[in-house]
Design a protein around this ligand. Structure first.
Ligand code: AHM
Ligand code: MG
Length: 349
């Protein structure tokens, strides 16, 4: 009768994490950090869904350190994320898109892990109820980065300097990264370095349930996602690349354009259907728009774990060591063959 027992067995994120711990892939502390992130994401999903009803749409009135208007939900999501991580008691330093500098968790709660996150990416979409998401990455404290750091380099207090040094690690040091997408369903996708797994929130039970086992990105895919409104500001080599996708000649079929303007949504589609997502540098923004630490590096770890590539146009995103917490970098990410083709175009001339 084991068949009837299995019928009611939910393969939840909690069970999956415990299995990873039992197998020695992650330790008990990381299990707790990841569980607390999942709780934060459930809370943010509930806030996003009710934003129009509970007067949480619109701007807060403040501008973040990067000069962007903070939406009410940006601020609330940042609080939710930070609180969940603090109360886990397993996090030492947290760095967020919405905070000027990384902060140390107060001693009574402090643990070992370093967590970087963008609590609500794509929030410009919120007022129209279009998809958004949260992105995170988890590191160990870094001795190598501590040795590298020039302590005279700025005017931060010693404790702030220590936080910045620990946070500014190359993506190849990531232990885990993931995102949660708030869309027609809420999907939590993560890696702990052994492939990529996706869990869908079952709203009736309130748990993330395994729905995407070992995600593999197709090696190629005929979808491109770029904000083509910036075309005139791009490098001519990039313009020729995009032209080649749209006009492959009489024998070829043009690529399809899809662009949500929400990295998590555009990336999730790219992981499942294949293709390429790009946010290039241009004449006005010499490093593009997206942030290395809590947008590009976590997504690049995921894409590599799924068999794809994440590049800044000439090299691997995961090899870049951030010099600043909010540093920007061009990003080209997706199917292996599509990213390689783009790199060839960018290197010609
Ligand atoms: P945000 O972190 O301020 O929300 O900005 C990041 C977002 C990404 O989700 C998205 O891919 C990109 O900005 C869209 O930018 P643009 O509107 O310039 O196309
Ligand atoms: Mg963002």
């Amino acid at each position: 009768k084991s068949g009837s027992r299995n019928q009611y067995q939910l393969n939840t994120l909690t069970n999956w994490l415990l299995k990873q711990e039992q197998a020695g892939i992650i330790d008990g502390e990381l299990t707790i950090v990841l569980s607390s992130i999942a709780v934060a994401c459930k809370q943010i999903a509930a806030l996003v869904q009710r934003a129009g009803i509970s007067n949480l749409t619109g701007v807060q009135g403040a501008v973040n350190v990067q000069g962007e208007d903070q939406k009410k939900l940006d601020v609330v999501s940042n609080e939710v994320f930070s609180n969940c991580l603090r109360s886990s008691g397993r996090t030492g330093i947290i760095a967020s898109e919405e905070e000027d500098t990384p902060v140390a968790v107060e001693e009574s709660y402090s643990g070992n892990y370093i967590v970087v996150f963008d609590p609500l990416d794509g929030s410009s979409n919120i007022d129209a109820a279009v998809s958004t998401g949260s992105i995170f990455g988890i590191y160990h404290p870094s001795e190598e980065c501590l040795a590298d750091f020039d302590s005279d380099s700025d005017s931060l207090t010693p404790s702030e300097q220590n936080c910045v040094m620990n946070v500014c690690q190359p993506g190849k040091n990531l232990l885990s990264s993931g995102y949660c997408m708030y869309s027609s369903s809420v999907i939590f996708v993560l890696t702990v370095g052994t492939g990529v797994y996706g869990f869908t929130l079952d709203p009736m039970v309130g748990e993330f349930v395994l729905t995407h086992d070992k995600i593999k990105i197709p090696d190629k895919g005929k979808i491109y996602a770029f904000n083509e409104g910036n075309y005139a500001l791009w490098d001519p080599n990039l313009q020729s690349y995009i032209n080649s996708l749209k006009d492959p000649g009489p024998a070829g079929k043009p690529y399809s354009a899809r662009y949500i303007g929400s990295l998590v949504g555009d990336f999730h589609r790219t992981m499942l259907y294949g293709g390429i997502y790009g946010y290039p540098r241009d004449k006005k923004s010499k490093n593009g728009k997206l942030r290395l630490l809590y947008e590009c590096a976590p997504m690049s770890f995921l894409v590599e774990q799924a068999g794809g590539k994440g590049s800044d146009g000439s090299g691997r995103i995961l090899d870049i060591k951030p010099e600043q917490v909010h540093q920007r970098v061009p990003l080209y990410i997706g199917s292996r063959e599509e990213v390689e083709k783009l790199e060839k175009y960018l290197s010609s001339m």
